[in-house]
Design a protein around this ligand. Structure first.
Ligand code: SF4
Length: 313
């Protein structure tokens, strides 16, 4: 039997996490333009058994047995090379993992939430991440390339139904693709929808690995700043996911490290950067060096000046 459990990997969202791949390679209800797993081999909406939950749990136990206490995970994360809710045994799997005494996270594309059983099973998890790239059906077809039986409105209604009763940690993830879902109306439409259920955190991410479809590009830093400000303006607790997995919340006292870790998550207003400079004994020259070497960028938005992280290689 292949190895279906990996890690622990450090994750900004989940601390130390052990990943469980409960779906065979790229069996998914979507075939997203930005998918890092490649083009969809099999786009399906029919739930089925892929692996026995007992086998997955045994592999998790084996992995845990080999870890020392320092590496013990904060979460077991069901995150597949496909869509985890296609696994008909998802509820059983979550229940069995929770018996090991470790919280369970599930990263889903949200497309099967219209099924009551999927909502019930997901509600067993301690943490659920819901994909919401757009609320525009045309853009959704372009970016997520869903199975032909799926309807965006049905998915959006199901997200509201799920989040109304879910008591665990709920976050959203919105992947931005250059010139596809980044217009002002797209961004405010997505933010307005997410605001309806106020997740713990609304993450904005960008493609950082080679995408399935050529020409799928990350947006410019200016767009990312606009997206962050639009989401924040809608009172969403917004964070960027740009591939950096460091710890934002621990100050190192070093201007370079602190500025990079904070701007990886939030664009920083220049007054806050100046406060950081004062705390870390940095000078204007230190900031200029980072700007000149394209590590960060200074941008203006709505009459404010921001420092944003450059994420393009
Ligand atoms: S939902 Fe995830 S696995 Fe499925 S195609 Fe999109 S990015 Fe790939």
């Amino acid at each position: 039997m292949e190895d279906l459990v990996f890690g622990p990997v450090p994750s900004r969202r989940l601390g130390k996490s052990i990943g469980v791949n409960n779906i065979p390679h790229k069996v998914c209800s979507y075939s997203c333009a930005y998918c890092q797993v490649g083009k969809g081999d099999k786009i399906q909406v029919m739930r089925q058994e892929f692996y026995k939950p007992e086998i997955l749990v045994k592999q998790i136990e084996n992995k845990l047995n080999k870890l020392n206490q320092h590496d013990y995970p904060d979460y077991i994360t069901i995150v597949s090379d496909g869509e985890p809710t296609l696994d008909i045994n998802l509820g059983k799997l979550i229940t069995c993992i929770k018996k090991l005494g470790i919280p369970v996270a599930v990263i889903t594309n949200s497309s099967l939430l219209h099924l009551e059983t999927v909502r019930e099973e997901l509600s067993l998890a301690n943490y659920v991440s819901l994909k919401i790239d757009t609320v525009n059906a045309h853009t959704w077809k372009h970016i997520n390339k869903p199975h032909k039986s799926l309807l965006l409105n049905q998915t959006l209604d199901a997200i509201l139904a799920f989040t109304q009763h879910y008591t665990g940690q709920c976050v959203t993830e919105t992947m931005l693709v250059k010139d596809v879902n980044t217009s002002d109306s797209e961004l405010s439409g997505t933010a307005q929808f997410i605001k309806l259920f106020k997740p713990n955190i609304a993450y904005i991410s960008i493609p950082t690995r080679p995408p399935a479809f050529e020409g799928t590009l990350p947006p410019l830093e200016e767009t990312l700043l606009r997206a962050h400000e639009t989401f924040s303006w809608h009172c969403l607790n917004t964070e960027l996911l740009t591939g950096y997995e460091g710890n934002t919340f621990v100050s190192t006292g070093n201007f370079y490290n602190d500025l990079l870790s904070i701007t990886a998550v939030h664009p920083m207003r220049i007054d806050a950067v100046k406060e950081l400079m004062a705390k870390t004994n940095a000078t204007e020259e230190s900031l200029k060096k980072l700007i000149d070497s394209n590590v960060v960028k200074q941008l203006s938005y709505e009459r404010q000046t921001y420092i944003v992280r450059c994420f393009k290689k």
